[in-house]
Design a protein around this ligand. Structure first.
Ligand code: ZN
Length: 684
């Protein structure tokens, strides 16, 4: 930890980058817990310390998934990125993510910056130019990059692996590795055709990367260091940095028509172009060794930020390298992997609508459950418990008590600090210790521990008030009550400072209540933040209970998603063997009206229906009681097989069968004519 302090002091300024969200869907809680909340807490902390810091981010708008989404929706790739860039940018802003700029890679500045970057490497002879055989779809007359091709994974036999990766086993693939390749555009088997591309020879940077990561950055998080070591131990291979595609940054080389930069080549350059858009002094953040650059990312981006991008920066020669890449693992939702395509997520823009004014509750829950060293789980019950038992019962309760008692006994004025007891001194002595503990954890990117330490201030305050019992002392020793409340109020001011990076909305509200402004990080731990006689405002509740019904609504929403996915994944049973027309004509199917329906006594599943079939009125027994209430069926028309041989069920003779459609989940639906018809009408 001492090392971290030395490192801190050695740098003049900070450049914080956060993984560019891919503009084919909105932001969800997995993104927030993995990248944006840690980056935001860290940035806010540095700003409070008065550091020169900028935080850059933006939408990643190139690549094959964007073009596929556009094709599926029948719109242009630009329509897709415009739509999601707008949603993402707004939700970040409303959630309080404090980027200095949120740019986009379709901007002219970015096209120019990444184009120049490529050209510099090209002119310096960094790339290997290679003509290789790539899959080509003869129907649509197009080369098939990455996700335009699917086939069977050679490692796990998943039949829907992509040309760049198998999502089932996680292996990164080349399209030519796939067994039975198919074009996702036309479904045909593609042919191999020669095409020229530019490769970054990562193998040439192997020894540079080995020294830089494995020797010079042993302080990196274990998960990050371990993944890098594994890549390096396998030996790096040249990697293509261009694609045959019409959406992206055109390869700035003569004869490269129809080719664009590989999205993973241009995306990290997006950090540079965002900085350029932010400030004309962008070079001091990118080219001065006294700048400390930190990449906040999720674990799926480690190879690109620790291996590929540093190799690019090293090849270019004038840029600094990241000093740390604190990647997080993944967050799951209710025990299941978060997935944009399966809509299994809590979407930020929906959360902000469903829980207005409760940004900090989500920030708190996601920080407390941050997947820092292993995958972690978000559940709505935990969200509710953390709000009700921690934010409301500990933090909110303490602040409210201190404020209410100050108004009750001292008309809202900070009372004088009298003689201190040993217990007062012990309590006060904790504050600077807690501040140091929070700092150590923030510097080490351990945000969960930082939050736990910060909440210890509220715990300390609660315990202090409960032990000191000022409400029992006012009659006999009002001065002693003044001392207790002075200390309690100074503790609330410490909360306003030390919790600000994590809970900026609530601490802002608290500062307003305390009638103070911009206390600054350096005041954390102090006991003279509120002078005697200073007037505090009327208390308001910082947090309110999350009720059961709100949680039930969210769980119902997820359940509906699950059911929808089941329907979408419904595997249709194969067609039965061919029958003759005569076979079919043997069945006599009629439309009838259900005149009466009742549950067969002592059964759960059976309904006894009395039906007007047009032919006659008869009894039909059917095992549908779990899907229909008798009263919902009475008066309804349905289709009946009327010439099925009679059968005794539970002592009741059933004459025929009611026809039903059954879905994947086992749900039954009546087969009903779209308009009423006469009973006895034949179905044929
Ligand atoms: Zn696989």
């Amino acid at each position: 930890m001492i090392n971290n302090y030395l490192v801190m002091k050695a740098y003049k300024r900070y450049l914080i980058t956060s993984a560019l969200p891919y503009a084919n869907g909105p932001i969800h809680i997995g993104h927030l817990a993995g990248v944006y909340i840690p980056s935001d807490i860290y940035t806010r902390y540095l700003r409070m310390k008065g550091m020169d810091v900028i935080s850059v981010c933006g939408s990643d708008e190139h690549g094959v998934p964007i073009t596929i989404k556009a094709r599926q929706e029948g719109v242009s790739p630009k329509d897709v990125v415009d739509k999601y860039h707008t949603i993402i940018k707004k939700s970040f802003k409303d959630f309080g993510i404090a980027f200095d700029i949120y740019a986009r890679t379709s901007s002219p500045v970015h096209h120019q910056t990444s184009s120049e970057f490529f050209r510099k490497l090209y002119d310096d002879g960094v790339f290997i130019e290679k003509t290789t055989e790539q899959y080509f779809d003869t129907e649509v007359n197009q080369f098939l990059a990455d996700r335009y091709i699917t086939g069977t994974c050679p490692h796990c036999t998943n039949e829907n692996a992509y040309g760049d990766q198998c999502e089932k086993c996680g292996t990164s693939l080349n399209a030519t590795d796939l067994i039975n390749p198919r074009s996702t555009l036309s479904g045909v088997k593609p042919i191999l055709k020669p095409t020229k591309h530019w490769f970054l020879p990562l193998d040439k940077y192997q020894s540079f990367l080995e020294k830089w990561i494995l020797e010079d950055h042993k302080e990196w998080k274990v998960n990050v260091y371990g993944q890098c070591k594994s890549w390096l131990d396998h030996g790096l291979q040249p990697r293509a940095v261009s694609r045959d595609l019409d959406w992206g940054v055109p390869v700035p080389v003569e004869g490269a028509e129809g080719k664009v930069l590989y999205v993973w080549f241009d995306a990290p350059i997006g950090y540079i172009s965002a900085t350029k858009e932010l400030t004309p002094n962008w070079e001091k953040y990118w080219k001065d060794k006294e700048t400390r650059m930190i990449h906040f990312i999720g674990k799926d981006n480690i190879v690109f930020h620790c291996i590929v991008f540093p190799a690019m920066l090293n090849a270019e020669g004038s840029f600094i390298l990241p000093d740390n890449v604190p990647a997080n693992e993944f967050l799951n939702l209710e025990g299941d992997k978060i997935s944009t395509s399966r809509n299994w997520a809590v979407w930020l823009h929906e959360y902000l609508q469903d829980f207005p004014g409760k940004q900090d509750v989500l920030r708190y829950t996601l920080t407390a459950n941050m997947p820092e060293s292993k995958d972690n789980d978000f559940t709505w019950k935990d969200f509710q418990a953390r709000n009700n038992n921690e934010l409301v019962a500990i933090l909110g309760n303490f602040v409210n008590r201190a404020m209410v008692l100050t108004h009750k006994y001292f008309e809202g004025k900070v009372p004088a600090l009298g003689e201190l007891t040993d217990y007062d001194r012990e309590t006060i002595a904790e504050l600077p210790k807690i501040r140091v503990a929070i700092e150590k954890n923030l510097e080490g990117f351990r945000f969960r521990d930082a939050l736990r330490e910060a909440m210890n201030i509220a715990r300390l305050g609660n315990k202090y008030l409960a032990d000191s019992e000022p409400w029992k002392l006012y009659k006999t020793s009002p001065e002693r009550v003044g001392t207790i409340l002075n200390i309690a109020l100074q503790v609330t001011a410490n909360i306003a400072i030390l919790l600000e990076p994590i809970l900026p909305f609530s601490t802002d509200k608290l500062s307003q209540m305390l009638n103070v402004k911009d206390l600054g990080w350096s005041n954390g731990g102090k006991l003279d933040l509120l002078p005697v006689g200073h007037m505090v405002a009327q208390p308001e509740l910082l947090f309110e209970k999350v009720e059961d019904i709100e949680i039930e609504n969210q769980l119902a929403k997820l359940l509906a998603t699950k059911e929808m996915n089941q329907i979408n994944n419904h595997t249709v049973t194969p067609q039965k063997e061919i029958i003759t027309y005569e076979d079919f004509m043997k069945m006599d199917i009629r439309i009838g009206t259900i005149l009466n329906a009742e549950v067969v006594p002592k059964t759960q599943k059976l309904l006894k229906l009395y039906v007007d079939t047009g032919v006659d009125k008869r009894t039909v027994v059917s095992g549908i009681a779990e899907c229909f209430k008798p009263e919902d069926l009475i008066g309804k028309q349905a289709a009946f097989l009327v010439n099925l041989e009679p059968r005794k069920i539970r002592g009741i003779e059933s004459n025929g069968m009611i026809l039903m459609a059954q879905d994947e989940g086992g749900k039954l639906r009546l087969v009903i004519p779209n308009e009423g018809v006469a009973n006895g009408s034949e179905v044929k």
